[in-house]
Write a protein that binds this ligand. Structure first.
Ligand SMILES: Cc1cc2nc3c(=O)[nH]c(=O)nc-3n(C[C@H](O)[C@H](O)[C@H](O)COP(=O)(O)OP(=O)(O)OC[C@H]3O[C@@H](n4cnc5c(N)ncnc54)[C@H](O)[C@@H]3O)c2cc1C
Length: 443
């Protein structure tokens, strides 16, 4: 006999843990089933051996002040600090503070319209004039959509981008913060809260099959040795995992299969790609460099972000306001796809080559100063299969379909289901809380 107040949560990332905490608080019997040997999913903090710094391999920034995330930070007394938002930008071999970066971007985004039929971002850009000023704004916007949204501009839909901009405005997302103790500590706190309310966490348990009928779910582990039964389930599997062909090893098979509308929604929301690399050096070498274009009243000790569009890894940032000998490199979208199948050492070489272009320091010298490099291939990771989702043309409808519960038994959460806050930790948290509410409303 299935306990009518029991819920399985598939995945212990931000979405699954938020759903688990709220459902357990409401008195339901909650079991969280996680494939990895850790909680957190795409929030993954390790520590650098030399400087005991938290090193983020997944999410790093708290974008704005979304209530779900800020409440969690506040109640757990987790300190978080402002990110220094100083952007430097290379153009024609000269570096300068990109004062007008956000102005250009906002002015161009303001031309996008919800009232017109949806179109790709590339089509939208093509519809604009080609005078030098607009061309520069187009280049800035292209880099932003590729980098921040990890998107291919030939697929990203304008309506989805407007929803993301509106959601960002609501939470003041143009300002970011960092969790001083590492992002994963926030999710550890959430896990503790869920456990205190009776939730059980099963790690090292990849699920390969989910058999379901109304008010009855059975999740079967990959080895077939473990079976979990409950009256409902919240599926927080990353979109990239849901997109895997059920016949491929590591994929999750639903029995009966998901309906065609759900499968179409899963196919029609793209999973974005990102390469994120952390390099820890013996010293903050960039602080003593004198690059052409830097005025006498400024120096690179105040370098927040630096953008060099022609480099394979074009965006880099320091940990400012913390002066640490660490630089983080980032490339998203089609630029990141070029790294598919590359080894860690090939990625490190590309990173050093990019830094050589930016700072004019030889690769030999950079290698001498390099102590450690850290990266995680989220694309090849069988439990994520990509970095985070973005919306294609008419993607808001697909997203609604993806989030729709099935027979009040199978519920869906995860960043890909979060309207506007797609691709973020707070979006994932919000989606878990939404799924928990849906379950509680149906009891
Ligand atoms: C490199 C990178 C940088 C990012 N930077 C930021 C940032 O700065 N700020 C921000 O807000 N967001 C950022 N994000 C996005 C953010 O990390 C995600 O949106 C969010 O963490 C997703 O949470 P989730 O619960 O939806 O999914 P996940 O965290 O992926 O959780 C899903 C869980 O399901 C598990 N799972 C998968 N398959 C199975 C299976 N078969 N059986 C059981 N369990 C399974 C996974 O192991 C995982 O733990 C970044 C993401 C990446 C990859």
């Amino acid at each position: 006999m299935v306990n009518t107040n029991s819920v399985l949560i598939i995945g212990a990332g931000a979405a699954g843990l938020a759903a688990a905490r709220d459902l357990a608080a409401a008195g339901l019997a909650v079991t969280i089933i996680e494939a990895r040997d850790r909680i957190g999913g795409r929030v993954h903090t390790i520590r650098d051996q030399s400087f005991n710094l938290p090193v983020e391999l997944g999410a790093e920034f708290v974008h704005g002040k979304h209530p779900a995330l800020i409440k969690l930070l506040d109640t757990s007394l987790t300190p978080f600090s402002d990110v220094t938002d100083r952007h430097w930008y290379f153009e024609n071999g000269v570096v300068s503070r990109s004062h007008d970066f956000w102005n250009k971007l906002t002015a161009l985004f303001d031309l996008m319209s919800k009232e017109k039929p949806d179109q790709t971002f590339a089509q939208f850009l093509d519809s604009l004039p080609d005078d030098p000023e607009t061309l520069r704004a187009k280049a800035v916007a292209t880099r932003y959509v590729q980098g921040f949204h990890a998107a291919d501009i030939r697929r990203a839909g304008v309506h989805g981008l407007i929803a993301a901009n509106e959601a960002e405005d609501e939470v003041g997302g143009d300002h970011s913060y960092r969790v001083a103790s590492g992002y994963e500590t926030v999710l550890q706190r959430l896990t503790e809260e869920a456990k205190q309310r009776g939730a059980v966490v099963q790690l090292n348990t990849p699920i390969s099959e989910i058999h379901w009928s109304t008010n009855n779910v059975e999740a079967i582990s990959l080895t077939g040795e473990r079976r979990f039964v409950a009256s409902r389930a919240v599926i927080t599997l990353p979109l990239g995992v849901l997109q895997q062909n059920p016949r491929v090893p590591g994929a999750v098979r639903f029995v009966p299969a998901l309906p065609e509308e759900k499968l179409n929604a899963i196919r029609n929301i793209p999973m974005g790609h990102v390469v994120r690399i952390v390099l820890v050096f013996s010293e903050r070498f960039w602080e003593r460099l004198d690059l052409p274009g830097i005025g006498s009243h400024e120096d690179l000790s105040q370098l927040g972000f630096i953008h060099y569009p022609d480099a394979a890894i074009p965006t880099w940032w320091s940990l400012l306001p913390l002066h640490a000998p660490e630089l983080v490199g980032w490339v998203g979208g089609t630029g990141a796809e070029k790294f598919a199948g590359k080894s860690d050492s090939e990625c490190v070489s590309a990173a050093l080559h990019s830094l050589k272009k930016i700072f004019g320091v030889s690769e030999t010298n950079l290698r001498k100063m390099l102590l450690h490099s850290y990266l995680h291939d989220w694309n090849a990771d069988p439990f994520s299969r990509g970095a985070y989702a973005y919306l294609a043309v008419d993607g808001l409808d697909a997203q609604q379909e993806l989030a729709r519960p099935m027979r009040k038994t199978i519920f869906f959460a995860g960043e890909a289901t979060s309207v506007g806050h797609i691709g973020t930790v707070h979006g994932a948290l919000e989606s878990g809380q939404r799924a928990a509410k849906e379950i509680l409303a149906g009891l």
